[in-house]
Ligand binder design. Structure first.
Ligand code: NAP
Length: 298
């Protein structure tokens, strides 16, 4: 099959391109900063020409405005990229008979639940980024009803700045680290997510799905585990969200239920701890201390 991927140079997009290519699909990887053939998802003429000429079976939209704090000061840019861009893509997909997979986020929720959010729970974003992503979901559903929308969270991947690599780098230069211990979610490894997206597309899924790694934790526990695996002794101190000044409010609890994903695909997402090991193995370029063995896909 033919796939057009937008935002293909990003953390998720690059993994999606790799996963699709490894399955033998024909992939056009596009991004706004591509020197030779840039594709800006906010340019309707360019998006439409690309979809018309390549005739993909699926367009996978990984392009987004992802600076959560930055969006508070740049609402226009966030909505342009996260709402109007996806709407433009959806319109061209409908016109040219392509399926659309659009990526969204746990930040559409307000975090007041204490059990994992299901696809039919009511969104209520706390920040501009979440509101812009929710507007994107709504636009996509309105314009191209058969689209697949996947919400994910706490992404960690080799191709982009990510929480784990930042923690490891920071720990090497400091005598202690303070990390938030009252926000709960599921770390999600971009390579696992990319494989899961391929499964959903193979199944021809449509509507909203939640996909993240299995298990719920806090940023503090994630940081502590990462440093333990990497055998870095810098102490990690748990602090409340209120101790760290951030522009955007974050949900206190935004774990996502992957039951619907498992029912559709017959697969369980890997546990986040196993995928963290695999990630650190690659990132550090050597086996991790105390790393247990065993597969991660259930
Ligand atoms: N990261 C997370 O923790 C997280 C959590 C939940 C959901 N998500 C969602 O998952 C998806 C992928 O996120 P990610 O972390 O992989 O994002 P990312 O690393 O920031 O990648 C986004 C890509 O889109 C590109 N882009 C920016 N403006 C564009 C435009 N106008 N046209 C085409 N491409 C453009 C970016 O290029 P430049 O870098 O040159 O701007 C970048 O390569 C997004 O929908 C995001 O909202 C992410």
């Amino acid at each position: 099959m033919r796939f057009l991927v937008t935002g293909a140079a990003g953390m998720l997009g690059s993994e999606v391109v790799g996963a699709l290519e490894s399955l033998g699909h024909e992939v056009w990887a596009t991004d706004v900063a591509d020197n030779e053939d840039p594709l800006d998802i906010t340019r309707e003429d360019r998006v439409d020409a690309a979809i018309r000429s390549f005739r993909p079976h699926w367009v996978v939209n990984c392009a987004a405005y992802t600076n959560v704090d930055g969006a508070e000061d740049d609402e226009e840019a966030a909505f342009l990229l996260n709402a109007r861009g996806p709407e433009t893509i959806a319109r061209s997909c409908r016109r040219h008979g392509a399926r659309l997979l659009h990526m969204s986020t746990d930040y559409v929720f307000d975090g007041t639940k204490d059990t994992p959010y299901r696809e039919d729970d009511l969104p209520n974003p706390l920040n501009v980024y979440g509101a812009s992503k929710l507007a994107g979901e709504e636009a996509v559903r309105h314009v191209h009803g058969g689209s697949l929308i996947v919400r994910t969270q706490w992404l960690i991947g080799a191709n982009g700045p990510n929480f784990v690599s930042k923690i490891i780098d920071a720990a090497r230069g400091r005598d202690r680290l303070e990390v938030v211990n009252d926000q709960y979610g599921s770390p999600t490894f971009a390579a696992d997510l990319a494989r899961a997206l391929c499964l959903l597309m193979e199944k021809g899924a449509q509507g909203i799905y939640h996909v993240c790694n299995r298990g719920v934790t806090t940023w503090y526990e994630l940081a502590s585990r990462a440093l333990a695996y990497a055998a870095i002794a810098t102490p990690v101190v748990p602090v409340p969200t209120s101790a760290i000044a951030r522009k955007a409010r974050r949900p206190a609890y935004s774990a996502l239920s992957t039951v619907k994903f498992s029912q559709e695909t017959g697969r369980l997402m890997p546990l986040w701890q196993c995928s963290l090991e695999a990630f650190l193995h690659e990132y550090l370029g050597r086996p991790c201390r105390n790393a247990p063995t065993g597969g991660s896909q259930g």
